[in-house]
Design a binder for this molecule. Structure first.
Ligand code: ADP
Ligand code: MG
Length: 246
């Protein structure tokens, strides 16, 4: 039922810029934490520190195990995966091969043996589930932006990871497409997992997240249930540009 994640006093600096400033967070299994905040507030940095792509100060515990000293592949082995703000796929491989590669690259590493095998039949069934069945033999470049987003989500899903880090999975899509992505995530991707979801669309966060954190300049501006957080004047001003005393 998803991993536990504990972040203690996480700080990340780029020269004079403090991207994350003593961030503390605790995620119970199955929590879907929404992460909002203006551009440059540190959202992607948080994911990059969690995956090990950037090194920060402070500690990170996955299922009570300290992981901040581990390299990125070792963190994957413990059951975390991510998607990128700009989709990343293997351009010379078909959609099906992309899915297969994600499965083979991740599952054999996982401790949980029950999800290790990657059958072609299962990969086809997964593509159908994500509405990509008819595109199994297409190349990623032939996909529309929303289809590329669906492929990224499908790849994250088949890894079997228990912690998902999703960086703007609906960026570059229309309202209707984002709504479709939202449904696919609610139905197939998020159940049984712990996740951090970065997104600008507030309805998206409201629909999918059990908790919400708003970052501003690397610090926590607000944290709590989405409706409570969105009701705060300082959050409305930061995210929606409304004056505090309106
Ligand atoms: P967000 O995802 O919320 O838009 P980021 O985490 O990308 O924000 O960036 C937070 C801050 O860290 C910004 O000031 C950004 O310019 C800086 N930053 C992010 N990545 C790098 C990097 N690789 N090198 C230098 N500065 C960076
Ligand atoms: Mg970002």
């Amino acid at each position: 039922m998803g991993a536990t994640l504990e972040i203690r006093d996480l700080t990340l600096r780029f020269g004079g810029v403090t991207a994350l400033d003593r961030l503390r967070l605790s995620l119970a299994p199955g929590t879907v934490l929404g992460l909002a905040g203006p551009n440059g507030s540190g959202k992607s940095s948080l994911i990059n520190v969690l995956t090990g792509h950037y090194r920060g100060e402070g500690s990170i515990l996955l299922d009570s195990e300290q992981i901040d000293h581990l390299a990125a592949p070792e963190r994957v082995r413990l059951g975390m995966t991510r998607t990128f703000q700009a989709p990343r796929t293997y351009r010379r491989m078909s959609v099906l091969e992309n899915l297969d590669a994600a499965c083979h690259a991740f599952r054999p590493l996982l401790r949980n043996r029950s999800v290790r095998r990657c059958e072609t039949k299962e990969m086809h069934a997964q593509l159908e589930r994500f509405g990509l069945g008819h595109l199994a033999h297409a190349l990623p470049d032939q996909l529309t932006p929303v289809e590329q987003r669906l492929l990224e989500l499908a790849r994250a899903h088949v890894t079997g990871a228990r912690l998902l880090l999703l960086d703007e999975p609906a960026a570059g899509t229309t309202e209707a497409e984002a709504h479709h992505l939202r449904q696919v995530m609610a139905e197939h991707v998020l159940p049984g997992r712990t996740a951090i979801l970065i997104e600008h669309r507030l309805d998206f966060l409201r629909a999918l997240c059990s908790e919400l954190v708003v970052l501003q300049a690397g610090r926590m501006l607000a944290q709590g249930a989405p409706d409570d957080v969105f009701a705060k004047a300082e959050v409305r001003e930061t995210l929606m540009g409304e004056p505090v005393h309106a």
